[in-house]
Design a protein around this ligand. Structure first.
Ligand code: NIG
Ligand code: FE
Length: 421
């Protein structure tokens, strides 16, 4: 259905010349149109402008039956792009949540065989249909929260069969929902207990069996590794990335969440689309990321939930880097896919301005999953993935009112999402 949104208080993040991402000072420069209209045709953004301009009258004359949405007092902006999630998982881990409240750290829980291994055991025994249904409800939830494109990782299988099961679920979610989905193979998320004494044997399994099977079935776009202290080392990460690249998968890795792991440098060396987490980022890492084409992606939801330190977002932007913010939606370190809350954490904890944060959750995350040409801004020809807010004073009110539901209407591919149950 073609749509005309009229009398928009402020149409945010408009572009006439598409840019792949916004970096450094440019992240604070938000291009917008006040008292605007937005025309959506054939599922794409077909035009926008000011209400009293001549173009609007032309559209209304030539398309008399056009479905109109009045948006007085409301903001219209690109739907969120969430470039880092693990939302296909079985069950939940609130028992570990209580262990954390009592004082155990994320690493201590992992060392006891909990954490990722806990989710892996449950996932392995969960039938594929059940895993799909649980994951579908999370996808439907984030769509209502305004997310229009999402990356989903495997990594709770940790056996060839269970990893393939996860990736098939991701493919089915892509086929059955209007959200745009990119799939990432993360067989190297943790070492199964049986390999703890000889972790390189698990790397052999990932490289020799899992990656070829995933590539053969065409189930993934990206390859990921948890390159950090206590998880995969730099040489192990390099082996896995090389195998992934040989099999047509682009790197996109977990790095520097728990320590200065060398993960950022490794990601850049292998031309990763993004390096994610980055709580431990110093001058050397920043220098390495500059002009690399690799998107630094911060996951403040994990710092919030685990009580860890936050990544140095301001320092990165001051150095001229782009910064992307994603949810990390997963059962262990960030059990939420609410990107509006991620905006709030970006403002309060990372000290980013609302304008910077908006770029970080739209165009920069679109880039972090290779979708920058079709997603992330209000630009003619891009996919019509758009949010209409409730009546709000302005952009800053969205992260400010951090617990309020301020998303009124979500439009994905030009179709209005019906409100959830
Ligand atoms: O991105 N850091 C590694 N992996 C996930 C957590 C996964 C889990 O604990 O289940 C993350 O935070
Ligand atoms: Fe993650």
């Amino acid at each position: 259905m073609d749509l005309l949104i009229t009398n928009i208080k402020s149409l945010l993040l408009t572009e006439t010349e598409p840019r792949p991402y916004a970096a450094g000072n440019h992240m604070a420069e938000l291009s917008s149109v006040e008292n605007a209209w937005l025309y959506i045709a054939g599922g794409k953004i077909a035009g926008f402008g000011v209400m009293d301009g001549p173009e609007l009258a032309g559209i209304q004359r030539s398309k008399p039956g056009l479905h109109k949405i009045p948006a007085e007092g409301k903001l219209v902006m690109p739907a969120f792009c969430d470039s880092h999630t693990h939302l296909v998982y079985a069950g939940s881990r609130e028992l570990e949540y209580m262990d954390k409240i009592r004082g155990l750290s994320y690493e201590e829980i992992a060392k006891r065989g909990g954490g990722i291994l806990n989710s892996a055991a449950l996932l392995q025994s969960t039938p594929e249909e059940e895993l799909y249904q649980q994951s579908l409800s999370r996808v439907l939830e984030i769509m209502q929260l305004g997310t229009g494109a999402v990356e989903i990782k495997s990594g709770y299988g940790l056996s060839t069969e269970a990893e393939l099961k996860m990736l098939r679920v991701i493919r089915r979610l892509r086929e059955t929902t209007p959200i745009d989905i990119k799939a990432t193979f993360l067989g190297a998320h943790s070492f199964p207990l049986a390999y703890r004494e000889d972790p390189d044997r698990y790397v052999d399994l990932v490289v020799e069996e899992m990656i070829p099977a995933v590539a053969e079935a065409g189930l993934a776009d990206f390859i990921d590794v948890f390159c950090d202290r206590g998880f995969f080392t730099v040489p192990q990460t390099e082996r896995i990335l090389e195998a992934g690249i040989t099999n047509g998968l682009k790197p996109k890795i977990h790095a520097n969440e728990l320590d200065f792991s060398g993960g950022i440098q490794t990601g850049v060396k292998y031309r990763a689309q993004s390096v994610d987490h980055l709580e431990f980022t110093g001058d050397e890492e920043i220098q390495c990321l500059l002009d690399s084409g690799t998107m630094p992606t911060l996951l403040p939801g994990a710092s919030f939930f685990l009580g860890l330190k936050y990544a140095p977002a301001r320092k990165m932007m001051e150095a001229g880097l782009p910064v992307a913010l994603a949810s990390d939606f997963n059962p262990g370190s960030s059990p939420s896919g609410d990107m509006k809350f991620i905006m709030s954490l970006g403002c309060i904890q990372l000290r980013m301005l609302p304008e910077e944060v908006l770029h970080a959750v739209t165009i920069n995350t679109a880039y972090a999953m290779g979708l920058q040409e079709t997603h992330g801004t209000i630009c003619r020809g891009k996919k019509a993935n758009v949010i209409i807010t409730r009546d709000v004073p302005g952009l800053a009110y969205l992260p400010y009112a951090y617990g309020s539901d301020l998303i009124d209407t979500v439009i994905l591919g030009g179709e209005i999402l019906s409100p959830g149950p």
